[in-house]
Design a protein. Structure first.
Length: 328
């Protein structure tokens, strides 16, 4: 027999369940972004602006940005995305090529002529084809492309450098992976794989003789404190992607997806503008710190690249795509 007390208890239970359901419905989607970028670099600043826009929209997304590989070690983020252990990272063309070797030509030294060439490629039809291929084969959506900078060589002790032969035997820190090792061959160095967080100490102690990075990252990581020379090899204009795992992307509503993509593109553009302005002035700042900055003839390095990127080293590349990049 149902009593008045039973009815009241049932009403309370229903109310509590309704409240819990409402709380669950309002629980924000968690998006963690992992990057190796130092906190003061333009990539990290762009991610902070990205987060600020998302937070300001109050659209049910809780975003956190983790710089300097504090959440996931550099080189492990893509696998974390694919295993469902991470929502977003700043993915590179090198990481894409590890799983899609046909796109390895994007890691070729001296591929892009300038920043405008890079933007024409990734903002045009070729870039759209690239994003679709990565989404289909890797399960990762690319939201925006950011200019990471033009990579230059720096050395802990000065030496005369006119071509790759002058860098023979130099232990140069480079990220891990066969495409990076091939790039190292164009520079004439002995590549030594090492994560960015370990680089400062490695330069200070002499574990490595030098490194290569965009000058804005060189500056942000304070590598000028443990270097004497910058050699303007300009061997790569590098893009980096704001990338999100497909399962995380699928959790978002259409409105949230639009918000995320628009905010990512806006932040990436701001990061590009900041880095380009910085690159225009940073050489003078580095010289003021007492480092020598050498502008050299790049013809020997370009010739070394032409010799390195042949035969078995590039047999997996999609040469039709490479031609489209050259013609963009």
């Amino acid at each position: 027999m149902t009593t008045r007390r039973d009815i009241i208890k049932g009403a309370w239970a229903g109310a509590m369940l309704g409240s819990a359901g409402q709380v669950l419905a309002q629980a924000p989607v968690q998006i963690r972004v992992s990057t190796a970028a130092p906190p003061t670099d333009f990539l990290a600043k762009a991610l902070d602006a990205f987060k600020a826009d998302i937070d300001g929209a109050s659209a049910g997304i809780a975003m956190s940005v983790h710089t300097a590989s504090t959440l996931f070690k550099q080189g492990t983020e893509v696998q974390a995305l694919q295993r469902g252990n991470l929502e977003m990272s700043t993915m590179t063309t090198f990481e894409v090529a590890q799983q899609m070797p046909e796109l390895g030509f994007f890691n070729r030294g001296y591929l892009f002529k300038d920043h405008a060439h890079l933007r024409r490629v990734f903002d045009g039809p070729l870039g759209e084809d690239y994003r679709k291929a990565v989404a289909e084969k890797m399960g990762i959506e690319i939201l925006a492309t950011h200019y990471l900078g033009t990579r230059q060589v720096s050395l802990r002790t000065k030496r005369a450098v006119k071509g790759p032969a002058d860098l023979a035997g130099v232990k140069l820190r480079m990220p891990a992976g066969p495409e990076w090792l091939l790039l190292g061959r164009t520079l004439g160095v002995s590549p030594l794989p090492l994560g960015m967080p370990e680089l400062y100490l490695a330069l200070k102690t002499g574990t490595v003789d030098g490194q290569e990075n965009p000058l804005s990252i060189f500056n942000a990581a304070k590598l000028y404190e443990v270097s004497e020379q910058v050699v303007l090899t300009s061997h790569m204009l590098q893009p980096v992607f704001f990338a999100i795992a497909k399962p995380a992307w699928a959790k978002l509503s259409a409105a949230q997806q639009t918000l995320l993509q628009n905010a990512a593109r806006k932040a990436a553009k701001a990061g590009d503008d900041g880095r380009l302005a910085d690159e225009a002035s940073i050489i003078g700042a580095i010289k003021q710190r007492g480092l020598s900055v050498d502008t050299i003839d790049l013809a020997p390095f370009r010739a070394a690249a032409d010799k390195a990127y042949v035969g078995d080293a590039v047999k997996a590349w999609d040469m039709a795509w490479l031609k489209r990049v050259a013609e963009a």
